[in-house]
Design a protein around this ligand. Structure first.
Ligand code: 13P
Length: 336
């Protein structure tokens, strides 16, 4: 087994998933201000440190994605953050793209930047303890989008990123996210997600990526958030499985979904149904940001010194998703 394949499996085996705590300072500021907590480096650290030292880190979380600020921070107990995370069990990871910018030639769409100087930044992150990385390409869905141009350019960037990451002996998370915003149908989401993922793999193969040493982070197949034709969760699970079965090469060891604006329970329930019906060889787990942190953040914001209470909520959410990643979650267990 290759070293990269081994790391990917360690991150996702036995129902483990990924905590996406890689919100940029801008996004984290929105999240904190949304619950009336000032966004200072200390507060950003305190919330994250509270999550990173929770009990579920040991049995539910296999990897934590960090942002540049966090990977360089020191905890209140004077631990380096990547060391705190690995001492709890998970592998530390790092978001390495520098964000989505307007795509010249198709100004309603975005292209993710961050390739310049990436080889050097990867070395720095590796020296700080990172074992895996993340890059997110973002696509909107409508009649004309995603365009051929964004399909091609984001897939190309994801492949060049992956090649540099594997050259540096880390596992790239490949994240093509088709946004939930809009009134598109689930069928549109299915078709466009299939096209995007297939294009990404075409490029990954051209760039000679070892597919056994990556993790795919896709969206689930959902109707748009303004669609009048929502589909039942069972259907979400079936369409998602169908789409991935037909567009992901069998070498890929694991798929870890983003939550993308689903509620915490919805994201858990859909993951559970996907695993109940999973007839593929792919591990199907989670790499959630909002769907793992929302309730914990809300509780924490009321009293930022209540570490134990915040951790209890976060532990529960992680445990529920780890059960869902094995098809063992139920509403009864959720509410026990
Ligand atoms: P959400 O689960 O909140 O969508 O975040 C996951 C992520 O990492 C998006 O890039």
């Amino acid at each position: 087994m290759s070293e990269l394949n081994n790391i990917a499996l360690q991150i996702l085996s036995n129902g483990k998933g990924i905590l996406a705590a890689d919100e940029s300072t801008g996004t984290m500021t929105k999240r904190l201000e949304g619950v009336n907590v000032p966004s200072t480096p200390e507060n950003r650290m305190l919330f994250r440190e509270t999550l990173f030292s929770s009990a579920c880190m040991n049995d539910c979380i296999g990897g934590v994605i960090l942002y540049d600020e966090t990977i360089k921070q020191i905890s209140s107990k004077k631990n380096k953050i990547p060391e705190l995370i690995s001492s709890m069990g998970p592998h530390p990871g790092i978001k390495v793209d520098t964000g989505a910018k307007v795509l010249a030639g198709s100004p309603n769409e975005k292209i993710t930047e961050g390739l310049d100087g990436l080889r050097e930044r990867l070395k720095e992150y590796q020296n700080l303890g990172a074992k895996f990385t993340k890059w997110r390409g973002v696509y909107s869905i409508s009649k004309d989008y995603p365009s051929k141009l964004t399909l091609q350019s984001n897939a190309h960037a994801l492949a060049r990123y992956s090649a540099l990451v594997q050259e540096c002996n880390m596992v790239p998370i490949v994240e093509p996210e088709l946004l939930m915003d809009g009134d598109h149908s689930a069928k549109d989401c299915y078709q466009k997600t299939s096209e995007v993922i297939q294009k990404c793999f075409d490029e990954l193969i051209i760039h000679k990526i070892d597919l056994k040493g990556i993790i795919l982070k896709p969206n689930m197949i959902l109707a748009g958030n303004r669609s009048k034709n929502k589909i039942p969760n069972e259907e979400v699970a079936k369409l998602t499985l169908d789409c991935l079965r037909n567009s992901v090469p069998s070498e890929v060891p694991g798929i870890a979904f983003l939550s993308g604006g689903q509620s915490e329970i919805e994201a858990t329930e859909n993951l559970n149904l996907i695993n109940k019906h999973n007839d593929t060889n792919f591990i199907m787990s989670y790499s959630y940001g909002r769907a793992l942190q929302q309730s914990a953040l809300k509780f924490w914001s009321k009293n930022i010194q209540d570490i134990e209470g915040t951790q209890k909520i976060f532990n529960h959410r992680a445990k529920m998703n780890t059960l869902a990643a094995q098809g063992k979650w139920s509403k009864e267990i959720e509410n026990q």
